[in-house]
Design a protein around this ligand. Structure first.
Ligand SMILES: C[S@@+](CC[C@H](N)C(=O)[O-])C[C@H]1O[C@@H](n2cnc3c(N)ncnc32)[C@H](O)[C@@H]1O
Length: 259
C-alpha cells in the first residue's frame, strides 16, 4: 500500500516537473530566426506568433523555444514543418486580374516563347490563372511556360494536386469552370491541359540557389512582400530584378506590396 502511494507520488512529481520545464515565455528569438531564414516578420504580431509556436512545440513534445531553435538548426524536416506552419498561403483564381490581362497583352506582342515566374505561387491559383487567361486569348499552347516557386512545401503539394474548393474558384465564370475543371463532389479538379504548363519548385527567395532557376521574360511577385519589413522588401525586389531577361520589364507586384 505504502509503495503504491510512493509510486503515485513519484509519477505526479514527474508530471509537475515536465509542466514546469516548459519554457514558452520569450518568442522573440524565434521571430528573429524566422525572419533571418524567410524574410517574414512577426514584429507587429508577436502574440499570434507565440500562440502558433507554442502549439507547434507542444504537438511535437518540444519543451522550450530554445530547444526548438536548437532542433530546427539540425533537423531540416522540422525546419520545413515550422515554415509550413508559419507562412500564410491565402490565394485564389483571377486575383487582381487586371495585371494578368496586362500580361496577356504583353505576351501577345511577342512571337517567341516566353518564360514566366510566379514567386511565390502558394497553392497554384496564380500561375494556373495565368495559363487559363493566356489560352483564353488564343496564345498558342507551346509558346509559354511558367515556374511557380514557394517556400511552403504543403502549399506546393496542393498546387501539384490541383484540387480546389469553391471559394478558390469564386472569381471564375461558370463557363471557365466547366471548361477547365472536373467537378468531384465539393472539389474542383483542374484539367491536365492547364497543369502541364506549370512547374513548381520548393525554393526560398533568399537562398542563393534561387537565382539558378534562370531568367524570365515576366515575373509575378504578389502578396509576399506584405510579410516583409521595408529593408527585406528592397532586398527581395533587387533579387527579382536580377532575374529579368529584359531589365526594362517591370515586375508585377501586388497592390498591397508597397515599398
Ligand atoms: C499570400 S501568398 C501569395 C500567393 C499569390 N502570389 C497571390 O498573390 O495570391 C504568400 C506566399 O509567400 C510565400 N513566401 C513567404 N516567404 C517566402 C520566401 N522567402 N521565399 C519564397 N516564398 C515565400 C509563402 O509561403 C506564401 O505561400
Amino acid at each position: 500500500m505504502f509503495s503504491i502511494f510512493k509510486k503515485k507520488k513519484a509519477i505526479e512529481n514527474i508530471e509537475i516537473r515536465v509542466a514546469k520545464d516548459e519554457d514558452y515565455a520569450d518568442v522573440v528569438p524565434v521571430a528573429e530566426y524566422f525572419k533571418n531564414e524567410t524574410g517574414v516578420t512577426f514584429e507587429k504580431q508577436i502574440s499570434i506568433l507565440k500562440n502558433k509556436v507554442t502549439a507547434f512545440c507542444r504537438r511535437r513534445g518540444i519543451k522550450s523555444f530554445l530547444e526548438l531553435l536548437h532542433n530546427v538548426k539540425h533537423d531540416n524536416e522540422l525546419k520545413q514543418e515550422l515554415i509550413d506552419t508559419l507562412t500564410t498561403n491565402e490565394t485564389f483564381f483571377y486575383r487582381e486580374f487586371k495585371q494578368i490581362e496586362e500580361l496577356v497583352k504583353l505576351v501577345k506582342k511577342t512571337d517567341k516563347k516566353v518564360d514566366i515566374l510566379c514567386a511565390p505561387s502558394a497553392t497554384g491559383e496564380e500561375p494556373y490563372s495565368i495559363v487559363i487567361a493566356l489560352l483564353e486569348s488564343d496564345i498558342p499552347q507551346h509558346s509559354f511556360h511558367i515556374v511557380g516557386i514557394d517556400i511552403n512545401q504543403d502549399a506546393l503539394d496542393k498546387a501539384e494536386k490541383a484540387l480546389f474548393k469553391e471559394r478558390n474558384v469564386r472569381n471564375l465564370s461558370s463557363l471557365l469552370i466547366d471548361k477547365y475543371f472536373q467537378k468531384d463532389g465539393e472539389k474542383f479538379i483542374l484539367k491536365d491541359i492547364i497543369k502541364s504548363h506549370v512547374t513548381f519548385k520548393l525554393t526560398n527567395l533568399f537562398d542563393s540557389s534561387f537565382k539558378n532557376i534562370g531568367k524570365f521574360d515576366f515575373i509575378f511577385s504578389r502578396n509576399m512582400l506584405i510579410y516583409f519589413d521595408k529593408e527585406t522588401k528592397l532586398k527581395a525586389k533587387e533579387i527579382l530584378e536580377s532575374m529579368r531577361k529584359n531589365p526594362n520589364q517591370e515586375i508585377f507586384f501586388g497592390h498591397a506590396d508597397l515599398f
